[in-house]
Design a protein around this ligand. Structure first.
Ligand code: F3S
Length: 646
């Protein structure tokens, strides 16, 4: 039986027992590349430093600054200086603020077919567009990988997505992933790798493939990927990196655990309604919706094509008066390219607002919509409040739909715009990185790491107690995102290297009294519904609750990355064996987990007692041997410091 592309890469990087490559069993893989962004990077580097390894042991590690590029106070500038000097000293490339969004730049300048990339950002799977296994993880996992340790994950199911037929004009790559979300929902990819194959693949450029892999994160997938074929070679050659190309395709008799069929002939423009990326319907069905804002950009859709198609639509016309339109080139390379060939001039003439190459509005850093405003975005997430305006309504669509709608002022099916002009990728890209991607120092011993007042020491929890006892500090429902747990935004993100300060914002949008209550009661537990922690790899959503004394989360189910982050920070992720027990527990109940160390050692069943009634709640905590040891140590950092292999 032949191998899929995903299986080939996993096999060639496996450092654990090959007999355990069965879905759900933990495997360990070697990591070739890492990436961090500034919101997660400072903490990842403090963790790397605590491991005492002087130089990274990966083939290439890159530090990006893209989330928090605004410098309205000293905090971000302190962080940028720390990241730049740290990178120089420890063998890491540094992509300066303004050079672009980590995933777009990484795809252009560092992607390599067949490599394993681990990134402390949930959209790291973008790299799958160039034939990599690219996985989002917590910063601590990335720090371990930089120190040469393997990455552990449950062996995913490999799902083949069979693309047949040909897209109709105005139907975009974005519509393929929106169709996946429509069918599978935000939970449909958990424990899975989506591998795209079939005749429809050849028609997609690497940036288009990257759009699909990027938003595969919204399915909850481990990752998504495409084969490395002639389109991949053409992309890498234009990047001046043709030497990195290798053909990597599935064997003819490759077996997949499941196969999903998508007929591109019948696909139409789609849109995700507020407030979830899987709330998908056709653009046609909502046509006429009045818009207040249109934004094209983010790591999902900020490639050359995405801006060029907007320029094609807007050329010689004007953005509608009732809305504001922003465009974000995903990288300095894209920016330089559109500046040199007239695309930028067309966009400016049409009245679009062109922003710095950075995450910007995607993470609520500027361009918040008006109160109750309707914003149409080419991004990947539309969670409530993420735009920076609590009651704004964000819709997600392709750049094609966004551009045509910006012209008319109302949501418009792009097929109404007339003839589709294929915007050819340029023959070459501007590959001069000089001054923007700074290589590590050749004399690291001479570099001093800059630590301004915003860089605070790393909090570490002690080993797991014999008994956990505490109040239910908060009871929440289903689909709580990492944005709910640890919000971002321009006031909070700058505090990411200062855990005592940022922990004042934990759950602040759900219950503003949470931090005060957690501190007053000396910590406690959280009770949650299903899919707790969905949305991002933001490890502050585990680290800051740990700082406030949260010892365990009892939930109906957990999102994969967040569950791994909880374990890494020594917080027990407990799943109700009987979901109905969720209804028994209330905020302020006192819960006890007796002999928790013994319970953990004995197996996956953990008994929790509701103190007032004496009622026993049975939970499960499925762990690999390594994860069990990490929890007993009080987290991954303690575990590594105790001399264990990562
Ligand atoms: Fe940045 Fe938004 Fe992507 S925050 S990394 S552009 S999801």
């Amino acid at each position: 039986m032949g191998d899929s592309v995903a299986m080939k890469i996993l096999r060639s990087h496996l450092v654990s027992d090959p007999a355990r490559m069965k879905p759900g069993e933990e495997i360990l893989i070697r990591v070739d590349q890492t990436l961090t962004q500034d919101a997660t990077g400072t903490m990842a580097y403090l963790q790397f430093e605590a491991m005492g390894v002087p130089q990274v042991r990966t083939k290439r590690s890159v530090s990006y600054v893209d989330h928090n590029t605004l410098q309205t106070g000293f905090e971000n500038a302190d962080d940028h200086a720390f990241l730049q000097s740290f990178a120089a000293k420890h063998g890491i490339y540094f992509s300066r603020p303004g050079n672009g969004i980590c995933h777009q730049v990484h795809l252009e300048r560092f992607s390599s077919p067949g490599h394993v990339l681990l990134g402390s950002d949930s959209h790291t799977p973008t790299g799958g567009g160039a034939g990599m296994i690219a996985i989002g993880a917590g910063g601590l996992d990335v720090a371990v990988a930089m120190a040469g340790g393997p990455f552990g994950l449950p062996m995913p199911k490999i799902v083949g997505v069979h693309l047949t037929g040909k897209r109709q004009p105005w139907v975009a790559a974005k519509d393929i992933i929106l169709e996946m979300l429509r069918r599978l929902t935000v939970k449909g990819g958990v424990g899975k790798i989506f591998e795209y194959f079939g005749d429809g693949v050849a028609d997609l450029t690497v940036p288009e493939r990257a759009t699909i892999c990027n938003m595969g994160a919204e399915l909850g997938a481990t990752t998504s990927l495409f084969p490395s074929d002639d389109a991949t070679r053409a992309f890498l050659e234009k990047q001046g990196r043709g030497g990195e190309w290798t053909r990597l395709v599935a064997d003819e008799d490759a077996q997949y655990d499941e196969v999903i069929e998508i007929d591109l002939n019948t696909l139409e423009p789609l849109i995700a309604k507020p407030h979830s990326p899987d709330n998908v319907t056709t653009v046609k069905s909502l046509a006429g919706l009045k818009l207040d804002q249109v934004c094209i950009g983010s790591c999902t859709n900020s490639s050359y094509h995405d801006l060029a198609i907007a320029a094609h639509v807007l050329r010689g016309k004007h953005v509608a008066e009732n809305l504001s339109m922003t465009l974000t080139p995903g990288s300095r390379q894209v920016f330089a390219t559109i500046a040199s060939n007239g695309v930028l001039a067309d966009l400016i003439a049409a009245g679009a607002r062109v922003l710095e190459s950075a995450c910007g509005p995607c993470i609520g850093m500027g361009q918040a919509p008006k109160s109750g405003g309707i914003s149409l975005r080419s991004f990947n997430r539309n969670f409530e409040g993420r735009s920076g305006t609590p009651d704004a309504k964000v819709y997600l669509c392709s750049p094609e739909t966004a551009a045509v709608s910006a012209l008319r002022g109302v949501l418009t099916d792009p097929r109404e715009a007339g003839e589709y002009v294929v915007t050819k990728e340029p023959d070459t890209y501007d590959t001069n990185d000089e001054g923007m991607i700074i290589p590590p120092s050749e004399h690291p011993e001479t570099v001093t790491v800059e630590r301004g007042p915003n860089i605070k020491p790393l909090p570490v929890r002690g080993p797991l107690e014999e008994v956990i006892e505490g109040d239910v500090l908060l009871k929440v429902g289903d689909n709580i995102t990492t944005d709910h747990i640890m919000p971002a935004g321009s006031k909070i993100l700058p505090l990411r290297s200062n855990i005592p300060a940022i922990s004042e914002f934990v759950f602040v949008r759900v219950d503003p009294k949470f931090p005060e209550r957690a501190k007053a009661r000396g910590g406690g537990l959280i009770v949650a519904g299903s899919n707790y922690g969905q949305g991002s790899s933001r490890e502050h959503a585990a680290l800051a609750p740990m700082y406030l004394g949260v010892k365990a989360v009892l939930a109906k189910s957990f999102a994969r990355i967040h569950r791994a982050n909880l374990i890494n920070f020594g917080i027990l992720p407990l799943t109700f064996s009987n979901e109905a027990d969720y209804d028994i527990l209330q905020q302020d109940d006192v819960l006890t987990i007796p002999n928790v160390r013994d319970q953990l050692r004995k197996g996956s069943t953990i008994e929790v007692v509701q103190k007032s009634s004496g009622q026993k709640i049975t939970c499960t905590c499925e762990l690999s041997e390594r994860q069990r040891e990490i929890l007993l140590s009080g987290g991954l950092l303690n575990h590594v410091r105790q001399g264990h292999a990562a």
